[in-house]
Design a protein. Structure first.
Length: 223
């Protein structure tokens, strides 16, 4: 068995104390460094956020507090059918041989709503006759009341602008206007007015029968 002298034990104890002190000093320096760098890191993060906001700004919408009402009308529209329509519209300018330099072209995906029915305010006293319990009603022609875009679903899919132009600022507006007209035409071509008239007749037939009329005959005006 080997016995260690007091001097050896003292040397080992001093070594342990030195290592422990060195460890605590390193940890203290690391913590101090992190604390010192934390404000710099926060400032860097804030700077990155500001740069991102500058490159990708969020638009601010400020409506005018003054509202102008131009017209008020009483309506008696019987809405009987609604279509949801999707159309892809291509709008372009300067697409000749200089198109890559001065041209502007966009693809607009339009989602819209078309509502049709019968305007009951157009029915006058002479348009309804009763004979032998049979009610004859002359209905106005079915018409489209609303043909509008759904702005939450409509969007510009792609846009290609020439190298030497900033693009036509009115091109998207023109595409939206054309889209509304195309949506209206598509619904009419699909027969929305015929369905609107049929639904109006079915609804009014139930209504007149509930009022006590035995039979109702509908005569529709030619558009």
């Amino acid at each position: 068995m080997v016995y260690m002298g007091k001097q050896n034990w003292l040397s080992i104890l001093i070594l342990v104390v030195v290592v422990a002190a060195a460890y605590f000093i390193v940890q203290s320096v690391r913590q101090s460094t992190q604390q010192a760098l934390q404000p710099i890191q926060q400032a860097n993060s804030a700077m990155q956020t500001q740069v991102s906001d500058l490159l990708h700004p969020t638009p601010t919408i400020i409506p005018d507090p003054v509202t102008y009402i131009h017209e008020v009308r009483a309506l008696a529209r019987l809405e009987t059918i609604q279509y949801s329509v999707e159309k892809v519209i291509t709008a372009e300018t300067n697409q000749g041989i200089f198109g890559p330099l001065f041209g502007d072209k966009l693809l607009f995906v339009a989602h819209g709503v078309v509502i049709a029915g019968v305007d009951m305010s157009k029915i006058g006293p002479g348009d309804m006759t009763l004979e032998n319990g049979v009610l004859t009603v002359k209905l106005p022609a079915a018409e489209v009341f609303i043909a509008t875009l759904d702005n939450q679903k409509s969007y510009v899919y792609d846009r290609d602008t020439g190298l030497l132009t900033k693009g036509n600022k009115d091109l998207e507006t023109e595409a939206r206007q054309a889209a509304e007209e195309e949506i209206r035409k598509a619904a009419i071509e699909d027969g929305i007015l015929d369905i609107a008239r049929q639904n109006a007749e079915a609804y009014l037939d139930r209504f007149f029968r509930a009022l006590g009329y035995e039979e109702a005959i509908f005569v529709t005006e030619t558009p």
